[in-house]
Design a protein. Structure first.
Length: 304
């Protein structure tokens, strides 16, 4: 799917194909990929990199365009089961237009950040900044999910919540690699800022992007370290909860078996004391209840 936009009076508006200066290819079809390769002379390998979630962020300076491949978080879906993934996005900057290639249909120009955009170069930087902010939003969600899982693990006796934490830890590894890759990309853009055509103000914005991305990486790193260091402790909690349950069940079984033993002794098909007495039934019942109460008293005294 192709979307057409134009930049007029510091605003981004939808446009016709003839007047468009910003073209957005969302999950392009084979025909659209062929068009990008043949009409705009975009290298096929570079185009595939823009749609490959495992590709690293990078900058390529070609004769006709500048290719910027950066990483962004993928929109989370419930079917992912707490696995947060990342996607690649390609920005192809020509002299008179910008082509954006992305693997999923997401709003790119919403929010206050894009309320005022002076030129295409500033738009590129704001798109990258939006990706950094998106990573930070997901890290806040990680905190909420982790806190909820921790409260459940305190009483859990199965591995379900531990596996959820492991999935989150795996997601953080992906995020750390992607954020670090974006940081290297931004440094390369700054180094080649004059070749690309960035102004002094845009270079200052690049400095802000470097700071924001570094803070994002540090925050993701802290989340990852805390989650990894506490995984063993949380696994021990689950194991301890299971041990407590087994101990409780054993005590309950002991409390049931002793009265059963008393009743079984007096139920043997052999002569036994007091079998001809009228109160023998009540005596056996009292012995059974007394044995159960005795086990219960020992349990409480020993604080089992």
């Amino acid at each position: 799917m192709i979307q057409f936009y134009t930049l007029t009076q510091n605003k981004i508006f939808q446009s016709t194909p003839e007047n468009a200066t910003i073209l957005v290819y969302c999950n392009p079809t084979d025909d659209e990929r062929k068009q990008l390769i043949e009409k705009y002379s975009i290298d096929e390998h570079t185009l595939n990199s823009a749609l490959d979630p495992d590709e690293l962020a990078r900058l390529e300076l070609e004769a006709e365009y500048t290719a910027i491949i950066f990483k962004r978080p993928r929109n989370y879906s419930g079917i992912d089961q707490l696995l947060f993934k990342v996607n690649s996005c390609g920005l192809f900057l020509f002299k008179d237009k910008l082509i954006i290639v992305i693997g999923e249909d997401v709003p790119l120009f919403d929010g206050k950040l894009f309320a005022s955009v002076r030129n295409i170069n500033e738009l590129i930087l704001k798109i990258i900044y939006r990706s950094i902010y998106h990573f930070l939003e997901h890290l806040r969600i990680f905190t909420l999910i982790t806190d909820e899982l921790e409260s459940k693990i305190n009483t859990a006796m199965e591995n379900k919540y531990l596996l959820n934490l492991f999935t989150l830890e795996k997601s953080l590894v992906y995020y750390l690699n992607s954020i670090n890759s974006n940081g290297i990309l931004i440094e390369k853009i700054k180094y080649n800022a004059q070749k690309i055509g960035f102004s002094e103000e845009e270079i200052e914005l690049l400095d802000d992007l470097i700071i924001e991305n570094t803070q994002c990486y540090r925050q993701a790193e802290i989340h990852s370290n805390i989650l990894a260091s506490l995984m063993d402790a949380r696994a021990s909690i689950v194991g301890n909860n299971l041990n407590v349950l087994m101990k409780t069940l054993n005590i309950i079984m002991l409390g049931i078996m002793i009265p059963t033993f008393v009743v079984s002794v007096f139920s043997m098909n052999v002569p036994i004391p007091y079998q001809d007495k009228e109160y023998s039934f009540w005596l056996i019942l009292l012995l059974a209840i007394g044995s159960f109460l005795g086990v219960l008293a020992i349990w409480k005294k020993q604080r089992w």
